[in-house]
Each structure stands twice: as C-alpha cells, then as structure tokens.
Design a protein around this ligand. Sequence first.
Ligand SMILES: Nc1nc2c(c(=O)[nH]1)N[C@H]1C(S)=C(S)[C@@H](COP(=O)(O)O)O[C@H]1N2
Ligand SMILES: [Mo]
Length: 202
Amino acid sequence: MLKKLGNIKAITQKRESRPAPPGQYVTDKFPVLSYEDTPKIDLTTWRFRVFGLVEKEVSWSWQEFMALPQAAITRDFHCVTQWTRLDNLWEGIPFREVARRVQPKPEAKYVMVHCYGGYTTNLPLDVLMEEDVLFAYQHDGKPLEPDHGGPMRLVVPSRYGWKSAKWVNGLELMAEDDPGFWERLGYHTNADPWKEERFQFS
Ligand SMILES: Nc1nc2c(c(=O)[nH]1)N[C@H]1C(S)=C(S)[C@@H](COP(=O)(O)O)O[C@H]1N2
Ligand SMILES: [Mo]
C-alpha cells in the first residue's frame, strides 16, 4: 500500500496474523549486531558506487544521493539470532529509484552489497526490486545512529537482518550468484524468516 506522507511516499505495514516469524521473540529494544567495529564515515568523502552489469555506472556523493526520491516504510526486523523488532519506521531512498538510474543490464540477476569495513551480502536483483527495499538514513524519525548503520544502510524487510547491510558504499550487479560474508560461513542464501531459512545446510 502506498500513500503520500508529506512529499515522500509512505508504505505501511501489512501485518501477518502471526506477530513474528517462527522461532523469533519480540523485543522492544534495538540490539546492535555488528561483526566489525562501527566505521568512522565522513559525509564529505562518502561515496556510493553502483557498478558491474549496469548501463550507467554511478558514484554518488552524499548530496547527490540525498537528491534522489525518498520514501518511508514501516516494517518488522528479524535477526537470525531470534529477536524481532516490530514496526520500524525507515526513511530513505528506494532501491527501485537507484535501479531506475543505473539501469541494470538484462543479464544482471544478482547483487553483491559492499560496505565500509568490508562486509558484504548477496541478494537476487528481484528481491531488491520489492517495493519496500530502501537505503535508509532515518530510523523511527531520527537520523540513523552510526552503530545501526549510519549514515546509510540497506533495509530488506522480507529477509533476515544480515541482508540489511550497514554502512553501504557499493552495489555490484552480477550475472551469477556469489556468497557474501555470512553466506560464505553457512548462512542461508535466501534467508526468508517465514520459512526459517537460517542456515544453508540444515
Ligand atoms: N556492515 C554490516 N552490516 C550488518 C551487520 C554487520 O555485522 N556488518 N550485521 C547484520 C545483522 S546480523 C543484523 S541482524 C543487522 C542488525 O542491525 P542493527 O545492528 O542495526 O540492529 O545488521 C546486519 N548488517
Ligand atoms: Mo542478525
């Protein structure tokens, strides 16, 4: 569902009858789950590069990125360590707006998300094209805190939290799938919490 909120598109939650996916408990806290130390990111040198199988490679500055169309979404967030945080309000730039500008080539089927600090995660292009996927710079009405991925993180509501990469600085469009950081260590490629796709071999 899309409706206008000020000059940005707001997408509200379509809640399932179950409050949280199987094997998850609901918490009001917002735990920090980071493998690496929170990187120090300077907005004056921040870049977001989209490269690989695209018609137009880009390398946006913070100002250029923030000039793109924006949206707000309310979605639950599920970490594979079993906590779920309900009704997170994210504001940011929809993946679709990025795709529209770089124009993925027909052979582009997968995306590797790259981050400051070296974290990576892989996703099918189709999943990123879902209407509620965005590059968030605000959470619950406040600028995204550095520990939670500030200045900008990916949010992929339909997948476990490790696909929602923090401190994003690049997208690489690829023809073949390639495992990211946790996927290489055995976490599930698809990571759908409603199917409990936690580990690749289980
Ligand atoms: N760069 C980076 N992004 C990351 C992680 C990480 O370790 N590094 N952890 C992932 C995991 S496992 C989860 S559950 C969420 C947690 O987001 P939060 O720390 O804002 O709660 O971020 C994901 N994105
Ligand atoms: Mo997680």
